[in-house]
Design a protein around this ligand. Structure first.
Ligand code: GAR
Length: 195
């Protein structure tokens, strides 16, 4: 069989700038293990769509009603032979039907040390502001399996960074983002090697 047919096919779900999606695309560009085969997005005009277009990766734009009702998207992802789903700044809760269709094959990254600073509304600068308001000495990233609750499934990996006294949400975000970019693609690869 041609090698390409044995490749694992990753779908990256992202609704924002797409910096993590880009790192994951880059990481697997010449891989013999996997490719980013699909970008899934719920926001027309999101930065990640431009990245997908310049990488010639197809985009699936999700409609809210269809996403939360029935199994149309689970079927679509299966039809596209997706093996693994990576959430990278996708802010809708993942419905049970998708979780059941991809058991232990959906992971998320969160820009803080869960179980603290997670849940609905905890994204982007809101997270870093809450960390600073609570005068935490450290923050970091969490990569976890996805279940039906926001930022909740089994934790797979965490990495830490310092919170500095003069940090703003923006400076802390930058330090945390560097950790995301360093660790997320490699961790996805490690997980793919074991599925
Ligand atoms: C990332 O920091 C990710 O951790 C966060 O969204 C950002 C997406 O950035 N996800 C969450 O907050 C999930 N609760 P990107 O579009 O530049 O990759």
């Amino acid at each position: 069989m041609h090698e390409y047919l044995l490749m694992k096919r990753i779908a990256v779900f992202a609704s924002g700038t797409g910096s993590n999606a880009k790192k994951i695309i880059d990481h697997f560009r010449d891989s013999d293990l996997a490719r980013v085969a699909l970008i899934v997005c719920n926001k027309p005009g999101a930065g990640v769509i431009g990245i997908a277009e310049s990488e010639s990766i197809p985009v699936l734009l999700m409609e809210k009603e269809k996403f939360f009702r029935g199994n149309a998207y689970a079927d679509e992802l299966k039809k596209q032979q997706i093996d693994f789903i990576v959430l990278a700044g996708f802010l809708w809760k993942i419905p049970e039907v998708l979780i059941r269709a991809f058991p232990n094959k959906i992971v998320n990254i969160h820009p803080a040390l869960l179980p603290k600073y997670g849940g609905k509304g905890m994204y982007g600068l809101h997270v870093h502001k809450a960390v600073l308001d609570n005068k935490e000495k450290q923050s970091g990233i969490t990569i976890h399996y996805v279940d039906e609750l926001y930022d909740h499934g089994e934790i797979i990996f965490q990495a830490y960074c310092e919170v500095k006294e003069n940090d703003t949400p923006e400076t802390l975000a930058k330090r945390v983002q560097a950790l995301e970019h360093r660790h997320y693609p490699a961790l996805v690869e490690k997980l793919l090697r074991s599925v």
